[in-house]
Design a protein around this ligand. Structure first.
Ligand code: GLU
Length: 281
């Protein structure tokens, strides 16, 4: 028997949903419903400084009003730190994590000193300053109570996994995380990050097809690498086009994209909102 299709929508409750979110939710919902599979909802709420319970409630309410129903309980990342800790421990045991004490300013200064590093797909890659700190120095700084982030040594990780790829809507795409640099997987105060949590959660929720905006295509090599290192299954991916505003910019809360709430209050019904979310897709 073929494995059932499992998709998910994974918004961060940092604001109200706008049409860009609805496009993303619809991609997953349609794919699952057409295949008789499952559509899951996950709230990516690890950043306690930006996420708010009222936005989480509003996401659930807006999706319900739109008729985009999901299967099973909502998974909230803020309740899954034990899962992320276990994944970090596994990477630590493979010798792939190192503490990084650099501030944002240190990193910029180091990049400037090196003559300005090329921009990577997720911004300028980390120049690797803390990768070679001696063990005694690391221990001393930690004992001093210094703030740090845990970074993944990408080159060492790739030496373990070998070359990787992923299935993008039936097409095999090479996954090269090296140009992204040693990404942060956790911080001293928040023992996870987007990359780690998304990789763990897609496996825990048994997601078989990740549908999300093309803005996250560049992050996928990191997710493939983490899946390989953690022995997690590799889902398929379908990165969809982004909804643009009249100026050709991607819809974003900070650019004043109208929220679904505001559109509802102005009298739009679910069908009109769904049609607007899919326009030009
Ligand atoms: N939480 C992410 C966002 O709201 C989506 C992550 C994903 O779909 O992998 O942009």
């Amino acid at each position: 028997m073929a494995t059932p299709l499992v998709t998910r929508f994974a918004p961060s409750p940092t604001g109200y949903l706008h049409l860009g979110h609805v496009r993303s939710a619809l991609e997953g919902w349609r794919a699952a419903r057409q295949a008789g599979g499952r559509f899951l909802l996950r709230l990516e709420d690890i950043d306690a400084t930006r996420c708010r319970p009222q936005f989480a409630d509003a996401i659930i309410e807006d999706l319900t009003w739109l008729g985009l129903d999901w299967d099973g309980p909502v998974r909230r990342q803020s309740e899954q730190f034990a899962d992320y800790r276990a994944a970090l421990d596994r990477l630590e045991a493979q010798g792939l994590l190192y503490p990084c004490f650099c501030t944002r300013r240190d990193i910029q200064a180091e990049i400037a000193r090196a003559g300005g590093a090329p921009q990577g797909p997720l911004g300028a890659p980390y120049p690797g300053t803390c990768r070679h700190l001696a063990a005694a120095e690391r221990a001393a700084r930690r004992a001093d109570g210094a703030d740090y982030a845990l970074r993944l040594d990408i080159a060492a990780a790739l030496a373990i996994t070998g070359p990787l790829s992923w299935d993008e809507n039936g097409r095999i795409v090479p996954a090269d995380p090296l140009p992204l640099g040693d990404v942060v997987l956790a911080r001293k105060e928040v023992p996870t990050s987007y990359h780690l949590a998304v990789s763990v959660d897609d496996a825990v929720q048994e997601v078989t097809l990740v549908t999300r905006g093309v803005d996250l295509f560049a992050a996928t090599p990191i997710h493939r690498l983490l899946q390989a290192l953690l022995g997690l299954p590799a889902p398929g991916y379908r990165h969809h086009s982004l909804l643009l505003d009249a100026q050709g910019r991607r819809l974003a809360k900070r650019e004043g994209a109208p929220t679904i709430r505001a559109m509802r209050e102005a009298g739009a019904g679910p069908a009109a909102i769904i049609a607007a979310a899919e326009a030009g897709a």
